[in-house]
Write a protein that binds this ligand. Structure first.
Ligand SMILES: Nc1ncnc2c1ncn2[C@@H]1O[C@H](COP(=O)(O)OP(=O)(O)OP(=O)(O)O)[C@@H](O)[C@H]1O
Length: 264
């Protein structure tokens, strides 16, 4: 059993700089970031500013060149087995059925088959794929594949979920559905979620805080709180004047980091 400092943040980056071997400039510079337990935090910023790098550091896939990354108060020095990582691509195993893909982490953890089957059935239902248990990834739409990857990540009750552009490649309608599904799911699950997105609406719909990164070498420019109560309904939220105000604030910050004029 792990003992955790009661006041520890779920994730903390302290003055983290990361420079890839052979690179002439850091991918991120002096990034300090705190993610409290059970919070949903969005990271936005221009392409290449280091958003995925931050998730990779949190997952223990990369180590900082300078500074420290802590999970539940302890330095991350190896693969973070408490973190579930939903990457940009669904990355399902093509030779396994939907149910086998969803249950993969339980199998690795040697969860008994009866319990495994129950939990797979539960999560298949939660992500709306009942009836598709025996289908293979090639027989699913992009949205369905994404649902499988989300169920696969959440089924083992991870302490923190890291999502890299969770709905990036999907059409607008599927995206909205999955965003609302994720919100509803989070009402029950209430874990910690850190996700990267390019979609300012998505950041506001889902997050408690939005971290705005500056262009590379990336660092944290601002952290904006999202004050909307939960449970949230995307439709009503979108129509509220407070939503537009926050969107405009976020857009002003984000725009300043984009090279929209083509100037250097
Ligand atoms: N394995 C690697 N080796 C060398 N440089 C890398 C590597 N991975 C990423 N980088 C560089 O680090 C910087 C940050 O990359 P990262 O993927 O974290 O950015 P990002 O903000 O997630 O980008 P995007 O929004 O386009 O996905 C970029 O300049 C990228 O070229």
């Amino acid at each position: 059993m792990t003992t955790t400092a009661p006041d520890a943040d779920a994730l903390r980056l302290d003055n983290v700089t990361l420079e890839f071997a052979g690179s002439h400039r850091p991918a991120i510079t002096d990034v300090s970031l705190r993610v409290a337990r059970r919070k949903l935090v969005a990271i936005i910023g221009p392409s290449g500013c280091g958003k995925s790098t931050i998730l990779n550091l949190a997952a223990g896939l990369l180590a900082p060149t300078e500074g420290e990354v802590c999970f539940d108060g302890e330095p991350v020095t190896a693969l973070n087995s408490s973190a579930a990582y939903v990457t940009q691509q669904a990355n399902l195993l093509p030779w396994l059925s939907v149910q086998a893909n969803i249950g993969l982490a339980l199998k690795f953890r040697k969860v008994p088959k009866d319990e495994r089957d129950d939990r797979i059935a539960h999560w298949t239902k939660v992500v709306g794929l009942t009836g598709f248990e025996n289908h293979y990834p090639r027989e699913l739409s992009g949205g369905m594949q994404k649902r499988v990857s989300i169920a696969r990540a959440l089924i083992y009750d991870p302490s923190i979920v890291l999502m890299d552009e969770p709905f990036g490649p999907l059409d607008a309608i599927t995206r909205l559905r999955l965003q609302q599904d994720l919100l509803d799911l989070w009402e029950e699950q209430r874990g910690t979620l850190v996700f990267v997105t390019h979609d300012l609406n998505e950041a506001i719909y889902l997050a408690d805080e939005v971290v705005v990164m500056s262009k590379g070498p990336g660092t944290v420019r601002r952290v904006l709180p999202v004050p909307f109560a939960r449970p949230r309904d995307i439709g009503s939220l979108f129509e509220s004047p407070e939503f537009s105000d926050l969107y405009n604030d976020l857009w002003s910050l984000f725009k300043a980091e984009l090279d929209l004029t083509g100037a250097a």
